[in-house]
Design a protein around this ligand. Structure first.
Ligand SMILES: NC(=O)c1ccc[n+]([C@@H]2O[C@H](COP(=O)([O-])OP(=O)(O)OC[C@H]3O[C@@H](n4cnc5c(N)ncnc54)[C@H](O)[C@@H]3O)[C@@H](O)[C@H]2O)c1
Length: 239
């Protein structure tokens, strides 16, 4: 099935591993010209051939601006922005600090705000654009295993998605995916044993499951979808 995004320029933040890498691989497979930014330049060696990499801490406004300029010069103006970079936090409310709260909010949601603000005007001028934000089921239900900072950042991502959907229309769509329990290199075997039986589809998700949802929302097939939060959770939460 042709998603209609061949030759579009896609930028995936935090794309060197895990869910971000699966999104990169999927978008490359769809024919996109893909750029990746990440703080982990070492891991960028795992990127598929032809993907442009530039180091960037998305929590830093100046670095975000320089990175978008660099991608525009080296690959082209961004048509598809996937705000995937994120950090986890598992501290309890008792032990949580303002420092943890501000760090998690900055990387998980403020960065998506800063980057969207930079790229949306150009997308509108060119008449086409896609923002796809990686939220989480934790943003809907509070964290089952994660901190208040994490779940609040992901709830914020959903509000941001809808605000951008209104501001970007009609040229730019903005949607989010809300994954839960996706198996990555860091998933503990105990997590799978504990949660898989509670998931109606009886398994954890894969990064490729998330990438498929992102590719759809980034595509021309989703041209009449905006402001949506698309659950990818095996039926764990049906709302
Ligand atoms: N794994 C899950 O079960 C799950 C569930 C729901 C949502 N998510 C979300 O999916 C996204 C990807 O998660 P993952 O499981 O692949 O995690 P991961 O830790 O494997 O990947 C996150 C990537 O973001 C990068 N990153 C972190 N801070 C950064 C910064 N300041 N600037 C630039 N890059 C930075 C990391 O280097 C890493 O490459 C995150 O937003 C996460 O919150 C994951």
């Amino acid at each position: 099935m042709d998603l209609g995004i061949g030759n579009r320029v896609a930028l995936v933040t935090g794309g060197v591993r895990g869910i971000g890498l699966a999104i990169v691989q999927r978008l490359v497979g769809e024919g996109c010209r893909v750029a990746v930014c990440d703080i982990d330049a070492e891991a960028a060696r795992a990127l598929p051939e032809g993907v442009f990499f530039t180091p960037c801490d998305v929590g830093d406004e100046d670095q975000c601006e320089d990175m978008i300029t660099c991608v525009a010069e080296q690959v082209g103006p961004v048509d598809i922005l996937v705000n995937n970079a994120g950090v986890q936090s598992v501290v309890s409310l008792d032990e949580a600090t303002l420092e943890d709260w501000e760090r998690v909010m900055r990387i998980n949601v403020t960065a998506a705000f800063m980057l969207s603000k930079i790229v949306v005007p150009g997308m509108k001028e060119r008449g086409w654009g896609r923002i796809v934000n990686i939220a989480s089921m934790a943003g809907k239900v509070g964290g089952l295993t994660v901190s208040a900072s994490y779940s609040t950042s992901k709830a914020g991502m959903m509000g941001l998605t809808k605000s951008i959907a209104r501001a970007g229309a009609p040229e730019v769509t903005s949607n989010a995916v809300a994954p839960a329990f996706i198996r990555t290199a860091m998933t503990e075997p105990e997590t799978e044993a504990e949660f898989a039986p509670q998931i109606p589809l009886r398994r954890l998700g894969t990064p490729e499951d998330v990438a498929a949802g992102v590719a759809f929302l980034a595509s021309d097939l989703a041209g009449f979808v905006t402001g949506e939060v698309f659950d990818i959770n095996g039926g764990l939460l049906m709302d």
